[in-house]
Design a protein around this ligand. Sequence first.
Ligand SMILES: Nc1ncnc2c1ncn2[C@@H]1O[C@H](COP(=O)(O)OP(=O)(O)OP(=O)(O)O)[C@@H](O)[C@H]1O
Ligand SMILES: [Mg+2]
Length: 271
Amino acid sequence: MSDVPIPSPARPGAPTAKVLAVTSGKGGVGKTFVSANLAAALARRGHRVLVLDADLGLANLDVVLNLHPKTTLHDVFTGKASLQSAIITAPGGFSVLLAGSGMVEYSRLTPEVRTEFLQVLQSIIPRYDVVLLDTGAGISDVVLFAVSLASEVLLVATPEPTSLTDAYAAIKVLATQQKRQQIRMIINQTVRAGDGRAITGQLQQVLDRFVVPELGRPVRLSHLGDIPGDPAVRDAVMRRQLLLSSLPGSPAALAVSQLANKIEEAIIRRP
Ligand SMILES: Nc1ncnc2c1ncn2[C@@H]1O[C@H](COP(=O)(O)OP(=O)(O)OP(=O)(O)O)[C@@H](O)[C@H]1O
Ligand SMILES: [Mg+2]
């Protein structure tokens, strides 16, 4: 871990970062694992990537990456530290902006949190190609606000019925309140190939039947990819290492690399 300067601002008129929110209905489905490893895979492809720990009340990106930041978003928000000093380099070659756990005062969406968050994001965007927002789970106002700042939503769900019910609730809110026309699905901890595509299709059917008629416009769930359930993930988390570095040939690591390819093709390279 080391303090590094923020990359220089992009040339005037040059494209700024694509902001992708990694979110979920239910907690513990793999958002932080996906954010960290996806960031490493995209950094490996030459993109300037920053992961912002947007789970302000219960951040744990630092735990997954084994980082011990001297300054966090909390210090930036309270004016105790500069944004630059809070951005650190993670082992996977990408930048992170950590929230620090227990920021209880930030678990509610106050006007201050809104303003600070927005300012931080605006300063970061011109300096990166991709910004991943690792959000909390659910449909609280803090989570929805973080998601509202992203141009793309990556919704992580597992095949369990509880996760799917919560994913559907989150999709419904994002489609109605945020007028999202497209939500990209990542189905994690799958058992069989094809599970994720089938699940996405089923959620789309329910959405088309119950939500789309009320909205009067289509909402598209696109299946971005699956990540199989893989004991290597837990091993990497226990060792506090990136799966992509510690076990790059494991099925879950290969699936994350494929996801990165798809994101590059479908999102990053698109104007
Ligand atoms: N593909 C997988 N195979 C096996 N285990 C997995 C997989 N993905 C995630 N896990 C397990 O699930 C745990 C929770 O993952 P993670 O912390 O990324 O979830 P989260 O959605 O960020 O949780 P929270 O909602 O609390 O932020 C991991 O520590 C890991 O043990
Ligand atoms: Mg998390």
